[in-house]
Structure formats: structure tokens, C-alpha cells
Design a protein around this ligand. Structure first.
Ligand code: HEM
Length: 529
């Protein structure tokens, strides 16, 4: 080799150092060409997406299998990301997959024709995107949110009765109680006058308290004192988001070796041991008493989700395995606490921005509660709050707690304009984008509860408003959530007023659910009778 190089240098009549200089210059030249090409591609990409998004609709071919359909993922998790979605929606582009979108500029360098945006992707019955949902798997196992196929179908069928109105009615007392505990805390904090509170902090503790009671009949007193279980749930939620943002951690092997991976495993262990413990105790009691006596012993008490799962059987008489019950209970805790907390927090924010609507809700609630000795709401009264319900629905439109869901298409999906999303593609369906489509929602950024006036409902497609997703894989807990939202909002507005704190700027933060950067701070003041 050395001999060959000497020969070459002789032929070219070059010194060894000069040759090295030439080589370095040549490599630098190649590198600068590569960087120039990359920069041009990046500039083109941003140009297309900001100024020229309209043109993107004209790409003729469908995307290749497993490539993504849009690419706002890079900055999706920020206020700017949401503003960009607004722009995409104006151009009728509101579907994309998320994971590859993070490395979009790099991929596009090598596969310039592989990525195409697609319009109006319909929701499909399909397994969910394995990548992101996979991060939740070690925590939630094969619970309803993550299971698929036959198993999902069977479990959904078995679980549907657990969310029937007759069962949900029993939880109304718990919703009232948990809200009162939060109010007692607020009263202490606001004893000296209006106080600024982070809504997410207080309300998510309250929704966790409620869910622990409805799922396990467990009174953790977590609104008043710290709990290991609650701390573990918080830690798991935040670690899943951190993992999504750190590409190397998408690889299981690397993640397991990292300190966050170890923290995730530790928190999972705490949560799983808690749930497994409750399931074991309950099963033992059921075996000892026998089913009939067990049901009798429950009379007068609230039947919780664990009871319902233990008592339910499939047509073939099979019972749930311990592992399945654990997975479902953990799934309810995950799917039901942050979502509801986000929904309630943003409702208070919107009502703080619009004191006139807040006052109108308060009037409606006061008329309902005035006559009652116990200032609590019953199930039947929830339908007697039409204006408050309109305000809640409008807030779920403007600030949907779940901003997007993703699906892997199990069949080719033909779009209305003839384009086809091939089977196998992962689509990210932007609920936020759908709720901000100006063709359906004029002035989409404006909070206007009258959009949900029954008179205006007929004009819209049923899929224009999907805070709980749509189709067979929609939210099984939506009636539970709506009842909780109404009770917490009604009781809070009856006892307190909420106003904006001019010193705190609110910026939206779409993570697993729609949060606010640095918290959602509002001034709370007790209303004296
Ligand atoms: C305001 C509150 C809530 C909102 C906005 C909400 C929204 C959603 C959405 C958008 C989905 C679809 C997720 C996906 O496909 O990736 C979903 C699924 C689900 N939700 Fe909710 N949810 C709320 C409250 C609840 C509550 C309180 C529970 C349980 C107590 C619950 C349990 C579930 C479950 C188990 C699924 C999975 C259903 C399936 O795949 O069959 N949710 N929710």
C-alpha cells in the first residue's frame, strides 16, 4: 500500500505533505458540498411548510409504506408546534405520523420523494402505532389502551358495562367528595384573600384521588399528604414524555441502561405492586365469601372497577387473569387522571379569560343548588346545566386534553380526493387540528360556547368534534369524564371565582396531554355567601 502511494506521489511529482493538504482540501470540499445541499434542503422544507403549505397538497403519489405523512413532529411539543398545526390545518393538512417526523430533514436528504402530506385522513379501526404506545407498554401492559385484535375486542366488550350509566351514577358521590377536599385546601390557602394557584397541580391530585376511590375503593388522602403510589404515577408520566424527546432512548437496550430507564422500572414496580396487592386481597375475600355473599356485602357501598372486573365473565365463562385485571386498572389510572385534570384546568382558564361566561355558568349553578341543603350535585342534575355544559364542550374543542392519536392502517385507505394511504402507514390524527379547522369552526381561536348551542349542532359533521376520539376505539371513559368535569366545574364556580394572573403568561405545552409551560396559574378567590 505504502509502495503504491509512493509510486503515485512520484508520478504526480508531489511531496507527501502537499498530498496530505490536497486530500484534506478535497474532503473539506466534499463536506461543504454536503452541508450546502443539506442546508438547501432544510430551507426548502421550512419554506414549503410555512409559506407554501398549500402547494404540498398537490403531490401526486401516496407515501411509501412506513414513511410519514406530515412532519410537524419536530416542534410539535410546544406552543409554536400548535401554531404550526394551525397553519397546516388552514391548508387542509392535518394528518401525519410522528416518530420519523423528528428526523425528517435527514431522511428527506436521502429519500427526497418518499414523504408526502395527505389530506383528511379518516379515523380507521386499526392497531395503534407501536412505537410511541410501546413506551407505555411496560407500565400499562395489555390494558385496553394498548391491546389489539381479538384480545382488545373481548376486553372492550367485557369492560363496556363497567361504564354504563347505572354504574357511573354511584361515582357521583365520590366526585363531589374529592372536589370538596380540594376546596377545603383552597379555602385554607385563600383565607387571607385571592391566591394564585397552579391548576394542574391541584386538579390532577384531585382526579387521582377520585380515580383511586373509583378503581380500588382506596382512600389515599393524597390531596393532603404525599403518597408513594401517586409520586410513581407522576414520575412514569413525565418519564414517558422525556423518552419521546430523546431519540437514543427510543431503543429499549439503551433506555434500560440509562438512569431514566432505571427510574422508570422502579416506578413501574411500585405501581404494579400496589395494583397487584389490591387485586390479590379482593380475590381472596371473594373466594372466602363466595359470589352471592360478596355481592350482598357490597350493598350500600360503591362497587368499584376491580369488583366489576372480578365479577364479570365472558360468554365462555372465562375469568380475567390477575395480570389482565392489573393492566386494566393501571390503564384507567393512566388514561383517566391527567386527561380529566387537563380538561378541567383549561375550562377554568377559558372561564377566567371570559368572566361574562363564568358569571352566566355561576347563575345557572346557583339556581340549581340554591334550594338544596347539601351543596352537592346528583346524577340527574347533571343534565340541568346546559350553559355550563356548552362552556365545557367549547373548552374541550379549543384545548383538547389529548391533542392527537395515532393509528397504523390495516388496509389501504382511500381518501375523498382519490389519494390512497397504503396499508401499513402510521397516521397521526390531530384532534387539535380537527378542532381548529376554519372551514368548520369559523375563528377557531375564539372561545365561543354558543358553537355548542343545540341549534348550531346539526350543521356540523359528527367527526368535526372528537375530544374523546371516534369510532370503536374511542374513549371508553367519556361519560365518566363528562360527569366528573361537570361536577368539579359546577361546585368550584359556586364557591370560588377564577381570574387570570396578569403576571403569568400562559403558553400551551402539548405533551402526553395538553399542559401549560410552567403550570397554569390562576387567581382563586372564595365567594362569600
Ligand atoms: C377529559 C377526559 C378524557 C379525554 C379527553 C379522553 C380522551 C381519550 C382519547 C382521545 C382516547 C383515544 C386514545 C387513542 O386511541 O390513542 C381515549 C381512550 C381511552 N380512554 Fe379516555 N379520555 C378522558 C378520560 C378518560 C377516563 C376518565 C377514563 C377511565 C376512567 C378513560 C379511559 C380510556 C381508555 C381505557 C381508553 C382506551 C380505549 C380503547 O382503546 O378501547 N379516559 N381517551
Amino acid at each position: 500500500m505504502l509502495h503504491l502511494m509512493e509510486k503515485l506521489l512520484d508520478t504526480l511529482n508531489l511531496e507527501y505533505t502537499t498530498f496530505r493538504l490536497y486530500t484534506i482540501a478535497f474532503i473539506l470540499f466534499l463536506l461543504s458540498l454536503f452541508i450546502a445541499r443539506a442546508t438547501l434542503k432544510m430551507v426548502k422544507f421550512f419554506y414549503e411548510y410555512s409559506a407554501n403549505a398549500q402547494k404540498l397538497r398537490c403531490f401526486p403519489e401516496p407515501p411509501r409504506r412506513n414513511w410519514f405523512l406530515g412532519h410537524y413532529g419536530m416542534i410539535r411539543n410546544s406552543e409554536e408546534g400548535l401554531l404550526m398545526v394551525d397553519n397546516l390545518v388552514k391548508s387542509n393538512i392535518y394528518a401525519c405520523s410522528w416518530w420519523f417526523s423528528m428526523c425528517y430533514p435527514i431522511v428527506r436528504l436521502f429519500h427526497p420523494s418518499s414523504i408526502k402530506p395527505v389530506l383528511h385522513v379518516p379515523a380507521v379501526i386499526a392497531p395503534k402505532d407501536e412505537l410511541f404506545y410501546g413506551f407505555l407498554k411496560p407500565w400499562l401492559g395489555d390494558g385496553l389502551l394498548l391491546s389489539r385484535g381479538e384480545k382488545w375486542m373481548k376486553h372492550r366488550r367485557l369492560l363496556t358495562p363497567a361504564f354504563h350509566f347505572d354504574i357511573l351514577k354511584n361515582y357521583v358521590k365520590i366526585f363531589n367528595q374529592s372536589t370538596e377536599i380540594m376546596h377545603a385546601k383552597w379555602r385554607r390557602l385563600a383565607a387571607e384573600g385571592p391566591v394564585c394557584l397552579d391548576m394542574f397541580e391541584h386538579i390532577s391530585l384531585m382526579t387521582l384521588d377520585t380515580l383511586l376511590k373509583c378503581t380500588f375503593s382506596y382512600d389515599s388522602n393524597c390531596q393532603e399528604k404525599p403518597s408513594d403510589y401517586i409520586a410513581a404515577i407522576y414520575e412514569l408520566s413525565s418519564l414517558v414524555v422525556k423518552r419521546e424527546h430523546c431519540l437514543p432512548h427510543h431503543i429499549d437496550f439503551i433506555y434500560h441502561l440509562s438512569s431514566n430507564g432505571r427510574r422508570f422500572r422502579r416506578a413501574c414496580k411500585i405501581v404494579h405492586e400496589f395494583t397487584a396487592g389490591v387485586v390479590q386481597q379482593r380475590k381472596k375475600a371473594l373466594e372466602e365469601k363466595g359470589t352471592d355473599d360478596w355481592i350482598k356485602s357490597k350493598q350500600g357501598k360503591t362497587v368499584d372497577f376491580i369488583d366489576i372486573l372480578l365479577l364479570s365473565k365472558d360468554e365462555d365463562g372465562t375469568l380475567w387473569s390477575d395480570e389482565d385485571i392489573r393492566a386494566q386498572a393501571d390503564t384507567f389510572m393512566f388514561a383517566g387522571h391527567d386527561t380529566t385534570a387537563s380538561g378541567i384546568s383549561w375550562i377554568f382558564y377559558n372561564l377566567a379569560c371570559h368572566p361574562e361566561y363564568q358569571e352566566k355558568c355561576r347563575k345557572e349553578i346557583t339556581e340549581l343548588l340554591e334550594e338544596k341543603d347539601e351543596k352537592q350535585l346528583d346524577w340527574d342534575e347533571l343534565s340541568q346545566l346546559p350553559f355550563t355544559t356548552m362552556c365545557i364542550k367549547e373548552s374541550l374543542r379549543l384545548h383538547p386534553p389529548v391533542t392527537a392519536v395515532s393509528r397504523r392502517c390495516t388496509a389501504d385507505i382511500k381518501l375523498h380526493d382519490g389519494k390512497v394511504i397504503p396499508k401499513g402507514n402510521v397516521c397521526l390524527l390531530s384532534i387539535y387540528g380537527t378542532h381548529h379547522n376554519p372551514e368548520v369552526w369559523p375563528n377557531p381561536q375564539v372561545y365561543d360556547p354558543y358553537r355548542f348551542d343545540p341549534e348550531n349542532l346539526q350543521q356540523r359533521s359528527s367527526h368535526a368534534y372528537v375530544p374523546f376520539s371516534a369510532g370503536p376505539r374511542n374513549c371508553i371513559g367519556q361519560n365518566f369524564a363528562m360527569a366528573e368535569l361537570k361536577i368539579v366545574v359546577a361546585l368550584t364556580l359556586y364557591h370560588f371565582s377564577v381570574t387570570l394572573d396578569p403576571t403569568k403568561k400562559i403558553r400551551r405545552l402539548p405533551e402526553l396531554i395538553l399542559r401549560a409551560e410552567n403550570g397554569l396559574w390562576l387567581q382563586v378567590e372564595e365567594l362569600k355567601p
